[in-house]
Design a protein around this ligand. Sequence first.
Ligand SMILES: *[C@@H]1O[C@H](CO)[C@@H](O)[C@H](O)[C@H]1NC(C)=O
Length: 271
Amino acid sequence: MARSAASSAVLLVAAAFLPAAFGACQWASLRQMTDTYIESQTFGELDPSLASEGVIYRENEKVVDIRKGLLSRSLKVDFSHTIIDQTECASFTKLVVADPGYVIGTQIFYNDTVDGLLTTDVVDVIVTTTTDDNNSQFDAAQALSHIEAEDWSSLGRDNTDSRQVLQAVADAYLDLWSDSSKIGAVPFARGCSRLEGSRFIADSCTAGLALPEPGTSSRPNTNRRYVIDESVGGVSVFSDFGSLENAPASHEFRIVGGKLYYVHQMVAAKS
Ligand SMILES: *[C@@H]1O[C@H](CO)[C@@H](O)[C@H](O)[C@H]1NC(C)=O
């Protein structure tokens, strides 16, 4: 009796916190659509809710028919991780498939209808794979071991940073490629770790960063698209990586207390 009263109190707190703290779209609806997406990819069978009329589907920045793209392939998903953006009505999901090797980052943006139903508006996929000739160094199983070890626990109301702070930290990191002298402006946490493709750099988000020399100009990371989840300090940014001939790039950051803990970068071959 006492126990069930306590657990329903916890549920009430959780239910009161989520919709009130953030914006327009229901967390549960976004989460459910994400599960539908992961299922579609697992079975290689596109759910009709993803293929809504007028949906824009991009794979590595190229618009393709959603019925003919990666989602038509059945892939055994070994790991998935999702962040939810209630304000922008969007989600970011990372899927890792060890065999054949794939790491897939997907941003999905929805339109919210008056009755609270979500219509899929844009599905943006950045995919890296071992079957790509340009990517012989890439080892999905190795990436999986690092991604699985990450801590994405919920922060609780008192410990969340604002969207503005989260986006500013993500932008400061991405801005380094056009002005590496600003490295002091990025609030790296002690022990920040970086995963670039399947290359893991423990305890340093600056060691070996391939930045342009200070004073030389380099092309910026443009066309940035954000999915921000305050509840875990997660920011996903898709962009065109200027210094890599605008290759499609996915970055995911974890920021806690205004400091940067994880950087996960995936750069796809330009199609
Ligand atoms: C979503 O809403 C935008 C803005 O109103 C509109 O341009 C777009 O076509 C809508 N997408 C779908 C799939 O209905």
